[in-house]
Design a protein around this ligand. Structure first.
Ligand SMILES: [Fe+2]
Ligand SMILES: [Fe+2]
Length: 186
């Protein structure tokens, strides 16, 4: 990975998130065949979505990238940044819904897996479109308007987020979780 290009770092994180979404969709296929995946696997995947995809990746976008883009003239409201923020919120509420569904599954509630499947498929569709908008629209805007100094600042601030919000070694742990689950649900 090119660690000197902050937008490249975000794009690489998108590839990991897409891999997790692939696992999520295959978990739903398994459920539709009447077999519930192990609750630990469901929990680990949703934990990935909450920590890696939301706290870490969306954190870098919301707390750093969007602010710098705004400083360079990309408006916060009425444009792509506003849409991205709304979609992050929608993702958060779907993740909450998945967690509640997992609790229902654990209690033996038959509707749990139906609710999980609905929330999971909505999340998958939302995030796939979201990622494609960022890769193809927002980040290219960033490459046009951000200076070399801005890029340096993004790199520094991303590192701070990794240390303060996520903690050392946590990124690697989540990469491993997705790798393991993608071998199990293929
Ligand atoms: Fe985003
Ligand atoms: Fe993103």
């Amino acid at each position: 990975m090119d660690m000197s290009d902050p937008l490249k770092i975000l794009e690489e994180e998108h590839r990991v998130i897409e891999k997790a979404i692939g696992v999520l969709k295959r978990m739903v296929e398994t459920m539709k065949l009447g077999v519930n995946p192990a609750v630990d696997d469901l929990r680990n995947l949703v934990d990935f979505l909450r920590t890696f995809a939301d706290r870490c990746h969306h954190g870098k976008e919301e707390d750093v990238l969007f602010h710098v883009l705004e400083e360079r003239g990309v408006p916060r409201s009425g444009g792509p940044i506003e849409v991205m923020l709304q979609e992050h919120e929608q993702g958060r509420s779907l993740v909450k819904g998945m967690l509640q569904a997992i609790e229902a599954i654990e209690k033996g509630d038959k509707h749990g897996s139906i609710v999980f499947s609905e929330k999971a498929l909505s999340y998958a569709e939302l995030l796939e479109n979201h990622i494609s908008k960022e890769d193809n629209v927002l980040y290219p805007i960033g490459r046009n308007v951000l200076s070399d100094e801005d890029m340096e600042r993004l790199l520094d601030d991303f590192e701070k987020i990794e240390e303060e919000k996520v903690g050392p070694g946590v990124h690697e742990k989540y990469h491993r979780i997705v790798e393991e689950l993608s071998l199990k649900y293929r």
